[in-house]
Ligand binder design. Sequence first.
Ligand SMILES: Cc1ncc(COP(=O)(O)O)c(C=O)c1O
Length: 393
Amino acid sequence: MGEPYLTSKLQGFGTTIFAEMSALAVATKAINLGQGFPDTDGPDVVRQAALDAITDGRGNQYPPGPGVPELRVAVASHQHRFYGLEVDPDTQVLVTCGATEAVAAALLALLDTGDEAIAFEPYYDSYAACISMAGAVRRPVTLRPPDFALDVDALRAAVTPRTRLILLNSPHNPTGKVFDREELTAIAQVAQEHDLLVVADEVYEHLTFDGVEHIPVATLPGMWERTVTIGSAGKSFSFTGWKVGWATGPAPLVAAVRTAKQFLTYVASGPFQYAAAVGLALPDEYFVEFREDLQRKRDCLAAGLERVGFEVFRPQGTYFITADISSFGADDGMAFCRALPDRCGVVAIPNVVFYDDVDAGRPLVRFAFCKRMRVLEEAVDRLAGLRHEGSAP
Ligand SMILES: Cc1ncc(COP(=O)(O)O)c(C=O)c1O
């Protein structure tokens, strides 16, 4: 039975797994490698910029609907500095309440009732809910281990006369996959052949490892015109509670997203917008050190999980490692994650919640490594208990 008062559009989207697992982490005093937030704050200079803005009375009252000019200019300069894109801060940038609102506003603005949106599963949990709230239908295309490569035939097969857009997330949560140029070219071809829009969630744009390059799909020939690109200060500067995000794209697409956005939050995070502008202007060394620090953490957790006996799919980006539990004689990631805090004091997320094809996600679990090194080491020590326990639930 569904929830009695909830509209059919939101049936099945009850409490998220993150709430359940975080509550379990508190109840069992487990190390929470479930939710993706850093356990240390971002640069002092960015924090100080927020304090200064509050003290100076900048952003304490409603900021302009599209975002404060300082941040819109900073977003445009950032897109030029890192990707060579020419973005007009007045008409082609929209500041949002986190990337979450940018995704929601884009989907509500661009999808009509009955339209179809293609998304690559496993997918970030707000995608399915927002597509549904827009009255649209999702068409999953499954990314499969070990490398979660794009299946171009599956993408082509997912296109129908009702397809309106492709929702692309790269670097990809939860797999840590970064779409390469060949894959993006294939997606661009499909989009152009069928006149589809692309909503590109690139919140982990600065979090790629081993020299892997993040390529915004909007930089491919013919793609700027049809793409809304989304970024997040929470992810790029480790202040996830501030909820500053942005969307960039051609003026008519950004105008459409702005129309939906103004009736969601209208505006948000005034003083933090000024601080995000300071973050975006940080020198290149900040971004290099940030990714190197996270790469060390990825290496630490990946090696630890391998020692414990997981099959690890080494991520090229993001905060997350996906691992397979089959080597423990288990195949039900949900049961495994529900039992894990009691068994060894660690919380992980079952990837099955990110899939429509539940069989594809069943044995996979996700660990966040955006935590202090000693927290990761302690988590690995605790997980070592699994080796001695025999078969898992
Ligand atoms: C893929 C993806 N998109 C969007 C978001 C939301 O970003 P924000 O905190 O800026 O709303 C997240 C956060 O985890 C994410 O992983």
